[in-house]
Write a protein that binds this ligand. Structure first.
Ligand SMILES: Nc1ncnc2c1ncn2[C@@H]1O[C@H](COP(=O)(O)OP(=O)(O)OP(=O)(O)O)[C@@H](O)[C@H]1O
Length: 687
């Protein structure tokens, strides 16, 4: 679409171009040109009347159903968020120059240039602007989600008239990101249910939590997709729009006092977009504060907005009641043509048109003119930061050393559920995900059987044949490295693939990282145990190792322990990497180094002195020593043909080597946990 106002900021030009679209320009652009619309009373609402009734009768919205007039009364009965912000600025430091340039220059790129406004309980605030205007940046700033490092922030922000404790704030607010970060192998219901189970108060009975899940599913029109897997590019699941609504449902289910949504309607058809916004409006009318960025809303959606904040190129162009936007621009001699969608009108007016140098110059001049006019108007738009509305609600603010916290944190735990419950929920989810990886499970099962049979056939009866005795150490070593690599490949992508989802859940305080880490470890165990036992059983008897049950049992334990330690070592790589590619690059290095110093390829005397210590942190070194001892321990060490002597096997014995292996296993896992704990984007704490 062309730029309606491409002739610049002049009154006549603007009017003339607008006339091109519609002869009937309401030159005054007064309120008469704006068709009042009450969505809650419209026919659209009727289509959703049943949900409205459900919500009113059920426990979903704890407060009573609110009409605008009764909003304030009900606000007093529940946690409510009133948010004021003043002169918010955000800029990013960009490094220029190639990677080898000695002195890198830093360029500061402003993203938000002094944004002021407020959001009230009971109302919907829409943040509108063209692509790259700064909508997501502003929403992230309001949501306390600006990463540390390259970004610089300034300005003031108050919740209910007080400084916020950003950690508590994140727990109590819902933040719906633009891109849905959800598990492909879980169903719609499972995703929303998990959020409800982790985040709703522990004191709430489970039936009530499940009822709330059902209500959210119904309210978001997901009833027909409840048991459908989310899916991904490879495996077909729900539609893009349904996926988006699941993302909203995950936040909505906790009924947060403040809900921030980044482009909740993008990718939805117009009916669904309207339905989602209607849900937001209803939520607002029940006392919630809703802030949503939105791109190109249709006129009926636009009329659901109570307040509007317009952004262009990081400048604030408008803030105020949505219904006053058209008159505001008309007063600046930019009238909205009659019967024209006010949202389209505003976006045409404030978008930078870079299709040609002339157009860019003209549109830039207009944006700067509008931004300057808003600066003059700003004092009227802003409210004092300690606005008395902040006193509404039963929030108890408390003075802490850091300032005033958002809530009274007395008796207010950081997480809704205690650690054991978090752990239980996570084990259940991880196990479910593991079982649903049918392709992987199938492949690993058959890979184990094929490998063990092939290896068994290659070295059939090698152990029973005394002339082949010297071949046995090689067989034992190979069996161990086979298990090490198998276990390593199984978990190398574990954390990077889930990273996005887990970071989202960690930010919203679903659970502690320790609960997640331990749950993953526990859920992965059954598969590892089954595969290791299967492998050991087949190869041990085919190769013909020591025929005593106790030796066989020790061998099984050692194969299992070696595989588990290899898994722990790989988890170090997996937890430290932010992408699957990085994990895949680090893990083989760790495993191969362990093999190299494992005592088979290179004897300790050949290794340079300063590198010899490395064998003590090689899990294969202990695993190999133990299986060798298990196989040849009966031969006295005085016998120079004893492979234990030939391979310079340590004298820790089977028990000692198992002990060291367990210690390494625990140490690797502990390091992996620390990596996971710290491998997250750090968010700025100020404002
Ligand atoms: N780390 C960064 N480095 C460079 N530029 C950045 C960075 N983060 C944000 N920006 C820039 O800030 C501007 C605003 O980005 P933002 O994502 O807020 O836009 P938006 O209005 O949400 O756009 P869209 O509707 O396309 O999502 C963009 O020009 C973007 O390129």
């Amino acid at each position: 679409m062309g730029d309606v106002y491409e002739n610049g900021t002049g009154d006549e030009e603007a009017g003339a171009t607008a006339a091109h679209r519609n002869e009937e320009i309401n030159a005054t652009g007064n309120r008469d040109s704006y068709v009042p619309f009450d969505p809650l009373k419209s026919h659209v609402d009727d289509e959703f009347a049943e949900f409205s009734t459900d919500a009113g009768q059920g426990s979903f919205f704890e407060g009573q159903r609110m009409e605008s007039k009764s909003v304030e009364v009900s606000l007093i009965q529940q946690h409510t968020f009133s948010m004021n912000w003043h002169d918010l600025c955000l800029s990013v430091r960009l490094k220029t120059g190639g990677p080898f340039k000695r002195s890198k220059e830093t360029v500061v790129k402003p993203i938000l240039k002094g944004i002021t406004g407020y959001a009230r309980p009971g109302q919907v605030l829409a943040i509108m602007g063209g692509s790259g205007a700064g909508k997501t940046a502003l929403l992230s700033m309001l949501g306390g989600r600006i990463p540390v490092g390259e970004y610089e922030i300034s300005g003031e922000l108050r919740i209910n008239g007080h400084e916020r404790d950003v950690n508590m704030f994140r727990r109590y607010t819902g933040f719906v990101e633009q891109d849905a970060r959800v598990f492909a192998d879980l169903t719609v219901r499972e995703q929303i249910e998990f959020s409800a189970q982790c985040r709703l108060p522990a004191s709430m009975p489970i039936e009530k939590k499940m009822r709330r899940v059902e209500q959210v599913i119904t309210e978001l029109g997901l009833a027909n997709a409840t048991n459908t897997l989310i899916g991904n590019a490879v495996q077909r699941g729900v539609s893009g729009g349904e996926r988006k609504r699941v993302n909203i449902g995950i936040e909505l289910v906790t009924n947060p006092p403040l809900l921030l949504l980044d482009e909740p309607t993008t990718g939805l058809d117009s009916f669904q977009a309207q339905a989602v916004m209607l849900t937001m409006l209803r939520l607002a009318r029940r006392g919630r504060t809703i802030i949503a960025t939105i791109h190109q809303p249709r006129s009926q959606i636009f009329q659901m907005f109570d307040y509007l904040l317009l952004l262009s190129e990081g400048h604030q162009i408008y803030f105020g009641p949505a219904k006053d936007m058209v008159p505001y621009f008309a007063a600046l001699k930019y009238p909205c043509p009659a019967y024209f969608n006010p949202a389209d009108f505003a976006l045409d007016l404030i978008s930078l048109n870079a299709r040609s140098k002339t157009l860019e110059k003209q549109t830039r001049a207009r944006i700067s003119y509008l931004a300057n006019r808003f600066l003059e108007h700003k004092s009227e738009a802003s409210l004092p930061l300690d606005d008395p509305l902040g006193a509404i609600g039963d929030l108890h603010t408390k003075v802490t050393r850091k300032g005033v916290s958002l809530f009274s944190s007395q008796g207010e735990p950081n997480y809704a559920e205690p650690w054991p419950v978090q752990f239980g929920l996570l084990v259940k989810r991880s196990f479910k995900l593991m079982v649903r990886e049918k392709g992987t499970n199938f492949a690993r099962f058959f890979q184990t059987i094929i490998f063990s049979v092939v290896l068994g056939l290659i070295w059939l009866n090698t152990g029973r044949n005394s002339s082949d005795l010297n071949a046995v150490p090689g067989v034992l070593f190979f069996l161990l490295i086979n298990q090490a690599f198998g276990a390593s490949f199984g978990v190398v992508f574990l954390f990077p693939l889930e990273r996005g989802i887990v970071l989202r859940e960690r930010l919203s305080r679903f659970y502690r990282v320790s609960a997640y880490f331990l749950a993953k470890s526990v859920a992965e165990l059954p598969r590892l145990v089954v595969l290791a036992i299967l492998f050991a059983c087949i190869t041990y008897w085919m190769v013909g190792l020591q025929p005593h049950p106790s030796s066989f049992f020790i061998f099984v334990v050692l194969v299992l322990l070696t595989a588990h330690t290899a898994e722990s070592l790989t988890l170090m790589a997996s937890a430290s990497a932010s992408s699957p590619q990085t994990a895949a690059a680090i893990a083989p290095v760790l495993i191969v180094l362990s093999l190299l110093f494992g005592g088979f390829f290179i004897g300790p005397d050949v290794i340079p002195v300063w590198l010899r210590w490395l064998r003590f942190v090689s899990f294969i070194y202990y695993g190999f020593a133990a299986v060798m001892d298990n196989e040849f321990g009966y031969i006295p060490r005085s016998n120079t043909n004893n492979p234990l002597v030939t391979y310079n096997i340590n004298s820790f014995g089977i028990g000692g080597n198992i002990g060291f292996l367990i210690m390494l296993d625990v140490a690797y896992r502990a390091i992996a946990f620390v990596f996971l704990l710290y491998n997250k984007p750090r968010l700025q704490k100020s404002i």
